[in-house]
Design a protein around this ligand. Structure first.
Ligand code: FMN
Length: 181
């Protein structure tokens, strides 16, 4: 693959906040999960766990009871799939090592795997949006998520009804600096 193809995939993605009333095939979701499985992770612990919610009644309960207030997301009810991204923490890598480095590796790992998932969705013409404004206590209860899993985020998934505009992104000069040349 030429880098220009990769960049056009990445450029084409933007958070999708409006979905068609159309099922997403298990095959398509499977390909997204396959991409997620291939992500790098600290000590190769692969802490990511994906809970796929397709059942309509459960999705509506998530939307009605498990989002935090003040930022309404009515569009989320249109998403035919909600993916809850969790982390299963390993004692050494995710609890002991961060005491020395100060770096929460499991969040990084799940972020990478989640974005692999999102880009594989994009490559299949699907839209997605990360959702972090969650009442994790209620979500845990509703989906019976065991206490050994940390809830990291959620991702909505579906066939886009409308594409959001690419929001303004910072320039390369703003986000990087060079040392040594
Ligand atoms: C960790 C994380 C949490 C987010 N939470 C929400 C959210 O709760 N609701 C929402 O509408 N968008 C959410 N977003 C999407 C961001 O608003 C969006 O990525 C950002 O505005 C940049 O837009 P773009 O994705 O179209 O490039 C989240 C994104 C990330 C990475």
């Amino acid at each position: 693959m030429h880098v220009s193809e990769f960049l056009s995939l990445v450029r084409g993605r933007s958070s999708c906040r409006s979905y068609l009333d159309k099922d997403v095939s298990d095959e398509a979701i499977g390909l997204c999960l396959e991409a997620a499985c291939l992500a790098p992770s600290a000590c190769n612990k692969q802490p990511w766990r994906f809970i796929i919610v397709k059942d309509k009644a459960t999705r509506l309960k998530v939307c009605e009871d498990c989002l935090l207030p003040a930022i309404p997301m009515p569009w989320l009810k249109t998403a035919p799939v909600l993916v809850v991204l969790c982390a299963e923490k390993n004692f050494l890598t995710h609890k002991a090592a961060p005491l020395f480095s100060g770096i929460p590796y499991h969040y990084i790992d799940c972020g990478i795997a989640g974005e692999h998932f999102v880009l594989a969705a994009e490559a299949q013409g699907l839209g997605s949006c990360w959702i972090g404004w969650l009442n994790t206590k209620r979500l845990r209860k509703l989906l019976s998520i065991p206490s050994n899993l940390d809830i990291v985020s959620m991702i909505s998934l579906g066939h886009p009804a409308a594409r959001g505009e690419q929001p303004q992104k910072k320039s390369i000069a703003e986000i990087s600096r060079r040392i040594g040349d």
